[in-house]
Design a protein around this ligand. Structure first.
Ligand code: ATP
Ligand code: MG
Length: 328
């Protein structure tokens, strides 16, 4: 495999979930499903940082969970270094679990409240059978990476004794102790006070610049990706509607939905609170998405063919893809 080959290849990945059936569903033999992610494809190279943005419920977390094999796709494949992660033998799977790490949104999901911070940092090393003699060095290295000074003051503490910012740094360090090749961070700053967000964003940037790993940052707004990600994907109701260099996507968004997202973050200040989305209505019901373009009933530019035909994601310039009948 060449150095330039993609590390991650996502090929027509979809995921649906069964939802509870009403009496009418049972009587009519219907099995309603939520189409959380539909036909997503993209590739990611080593050293690339990809942002995934979109409104709440558009499928970001579901996609992120499929990328690291927490849940399988309903159809389609995710390949890591050319190998389908759904078809790995036990040994390959263990190796993959070391090399691909998730950073949780809520530190309390990631850290056992009954474990000291030291134990939480040691546990992934133990599970991966890293020799005990290396633990101290690995942990010190990860803590340096996230700028947690004076670890002697908190390594024997429990999660509730740390501040939100410290905890999020510990969660990130925990993902880094195994020296992964790939991380998925799901809303890594959304639970934090504005006063500590900027510090964490700086850490994420350093991780990007120094470690050269492939990273996916999931966020419901554009301010994080603007700061950290070279490339960004916009998702709408389970589908990718735009994909391109973050700068282009923010400075000259093509898809009307990306435009609306950008308008909702008018100032390049990551601590700024946001206006509501300048488009009408909310996300349609994912059990029954609109025909044709899923965005059409909220779109200011919609035309007749938008109801009739699904717009395909098309390359409009090198590295830029958009799924829209009207603008592309
Ligand atoms: N385990 C599940 N069972 C049923 N439906 C689910 C499940 N997980 C997600 N969904 C549904 O799939 C859709 C996408 O959810 P997902 O959590 O991926 O969105 P998201 O973009 O991460 O949203 P948020 O920004 O709020 O985190 C939603 O309609 C959600 O209700
Ligand atoms: Mg989510």
């Amino acid at each position: 495999m060449t150095a330039d080959a993609p590390l991650i290849e996502v090929d027509s990945v979809s995921r649906s979930f069964d939802v509870s059936r009403s009496a009418a569903d049972i009587l009519r033999g219907r099995r309603p499903q939520i189409h959380a992610v539909t036909d997503v494809d993209f590739t990611l190279r080593r050293g690339e940082t990809l942002g995934i943005v979109g409104e709440s419920g558009c499928g970001k977390t579901t996609l992120g969970r499929m990328l690291i094999k927490l849940i399988p796709p309903t159809s389609g494949t995710v390949r890591f270094q050319g190998a389908d992660i759904g078809e790995m033998d036990r040994q390959a799977e263990l190796a993959f679990r070391r090399r691909a790490q998730l950073v949780f949104q809520n530190p309390f999901d990631a850290l056992n409240p009954h474990f000291t911070i030291l134990r939480s940092l040691q546990e992934p090393l133990r599970n991966a059978r890293v020799p005990a003699a290396e633990h101290e060095e690995r942990i010190a290295e990860a803590l340096r990476m996230v700028h947690l000074a004076a670890p002697e003051h908190f390594l024997m503490s429990f999660p509730h004794q740390l501040s939100g910012g410290q905890l999020q740094r510990v969660v990130l360090a925990r993902a880094l102790v195994l020296r992964p090749d790939f991380i998925v961070a799901d809303e890594p700053v959304s639970m934090l006070d504005v006063s500590v967000r900027a510090g964490i964003l700086n850490v994420l940037r350093e991780v990007r610049d120094r470690l050269g790993l492939a990273a996916v940052y999931i966020s419901h707004d554009l301010s994080l990706v603007r700061y950290v990600c070279a490339r960004t994907i916009t998702m709408y109701l389970g589908t990718v509607v735009e994909d391109g260099p973050t700068r282009d996507l923010i400075e000259s968004p093509l898809h009307p939905y990306t435009r609306a997202l950008v308008q909702a973050v008018p100032v390049p200040d990551v601590n700024q609170s946001h206006d509501p989305l300048p488009i009408k209505g909310g996300l349609p019901d994912a059990r029954n998405p609109p025909s044709g373009c899923r965005f059409r009933d909220r779109c200011p530019l919609a035309e007749a063919r938008c109801a009739a035909e699904v717009p395909r994601l098309r390359e409009v310039s090198p590295g830029r893809r958009v799924a829209c009948h009207v603008v592309a």
